[in-house]
Design a protein around this ligand. Structure first.
Ligand code: PMP
Length: 450
């Protein structure tokens, strides 16, 4: 169609897409989205696609939701934005109060930013300066987990550990300690043994180096970008206990897992963990506008609370911190969560998803199916018996993704792991359709391989 061709031409000429090899992308007939309706995306030609990764893990109630649209319009008729530097705004205050109510007990202060990576940058600076402000100068280092992902800014990459994304930038990055994240599928032993080995590694490090460590950062329960790797039960609680025991701050990065994704409002709620700092973004605005938060305790806040001349303020802020439109839609999003009892619904629909996914075990390339709430990773392997991975050049994830698109759904793989993250409001009927597409696509690609 002429219009699509014209738009793709503009893409070629003017747009550099994020996390995208432009050569491959432009060779592959890109989709240009024009509208959204419920859990579907609609392109300029009118083709409909299920939004099978919630527009990169953020959509909650679907697209074009009347209540969310109205919340933005109402706020827009008052003001779109004013700064939080040295002053406040009504929606920023109301949302901060609400966030303190719904985040784990003990998290009482909200610092705004505009994406997950900036929320992590703030967490890193807060944790670092917390010790400096108290005169404890040697606690300057961070612990992260192997294959961790916390965003793409340079500080956040300092606690990132996915070789494909981070290695090339390593000369630019501060060096963190890296401990293993439990990955039972690729561990030679039981899930419990895997957890114990990782905890032992962590404890050894903390025992030896705690005096120089400011904080540990972790993706609670699910390591997202690494390929939906899931912690065995109780692991997070034990990490939290070790941090307390060795006097190290715990930063829980809930950017991917927060806001109902795992079947609880926050992943930390599964194990009654209160971190010292929690970061969240993505689902905070229901997937509408870029807003993120770094939430912390009174204890950390108080280490910065001092006379002006002491220079203990947190020297950090972005132009759009606490944007009013973003805060207004986030408030409405949380209201809808409550009115629609959405977190409990996710707990129920995720059980249904589990029953539908059982069938995938029979497929030749399906090595491991990992699921928590509405977060699913299906790891494809060349040989189930040996767990031999597909090589990068075989592009197995991409091939499944392309087939899924032909069948009417958008997903995005993580290497050889197929990610399925439907909007939280998806009904059982929607989920059945979407998982049907996924099954057919994996089956088709498997058949091509025979
Ligand atoms: N932390 C985690 C755990 C994430 O999964 C992501 C994004 N996928 C980020 C941080 C970065 O968020 P953003 O893309 O909004 O910067």
């Amino acid at each position: 169609m002429k219009r699509t061709e014209e738009l793709i031409e503009k893409n070629k000429k003017y747009l550099w897409n994020p996390f995208t090899q432009m050569k491959q992308y432009l060779e592959d007939s890109p989709i240009v989205i024009e509208r959204g309706e419920g859990i579907k995306l609609i392109d300029v030609e009118g083709n409909e696609y299920y939004d099978g990764v919630s527009s990169i893990w953020l959509n909650v109630h679907g697209h074009n939701v009347k209540e969310l649209n109205e919340a933005i319009q109402t706020q827009l008729s008052k003001i779109a934005h004013s700064t939080l530097l040295g002053m406040a705004s009504v929606p920023a205050l109301e949302l901060a109060e609400k966030l303190v109510e719904i985040t784990p007990n003990g998290l009482n202060k909200v610092f705004y930013s505009d994406c997950g990576a900036t929320a992590v940058e703030i967490a890193i600076k807060m944790a670092f300066q917390y010790w400096q402000n108290q005169g404890i100068k040697e606690k300057t280092r961070f612990v992260t987990m192997k294959n961790a992902y916390h965003g793409d800014t340079v500080g956040a990459m300092g606690v990132g550990a996915i070789p494909l994304f981070h290695e090339i930038y390593s000369p630019l990055l501060f060096e963190s300690f890296k401990v293993p994240y439990p990955y039972p599928y690729r561990f030679n032993g039981t899930s419990e043994e895997c957890a114990q080995t990782c905890l032992h590694n962590l404890e050894q490090l903390l025992k030896e180096r705690h005096h120089e460590i400011a904080a540990l950062i972790v993706e609670p329960l699910v390591q997202g970008a690494a390929g939906m790797i899931m912690m065995p039960d109780g692991f997070l609680k034990q990490v939290s206990n070790l941090c307390k025991q060795y006097n190290i701050l715990l930063i829980a990065d809930e950017v991917a897992v927060g806001f109902g994704r795992t079947g609880k409002m926050f992943a930390c709620d599964h194990e009654a963990v209160t971190p010292d700092i929690l970061t969240a973004g993505k689902g905070l605005t229901g997937g509408y506008l870029p807003l993120a938060v770094t939430v912390t305790t009174d204890e950390i806040y108080n280490a910065f609370y001092a006379d002006y001349e002491e220079l203990k303020a947190l020297f950090h802020g972005h132009s759009y911190c606490g944007n009013q439109l973003g805060c207004a839609v986030a408030l409405e999003n949380i209201k809808l969560f409550e009115q629609r009892n959405l977190v409990n619904k996710v707990e129920k629909t995720s059980k249904y998803v589990e029953t539908l996914l059982n069938k995938f075990n029979a497929l030749r390339f399906v090595g491991d199916i990992r699921q928590l709430g509405l977060m699913v990773g299906i790891e494809l392997v060349k040989d189930k018996a040996t767990k031999e991975p597909f090589s990068f050049n075989e592009k197995i994830g991409l091939r499944v993704t392309k087939r899924v698109r032909k069948l009417g759904m958008i997903i995005r793989p993580l290497g050889n792991t197929i990610v399925f993250m439907p909007p939280l409001a998806s009904t059982e009927a929607d989920l059945k359709e979407m998982i049907g597409i996924l099954y057919e696509a994996i089956q088709n690609v498997t058949e091509q391989h025979r």
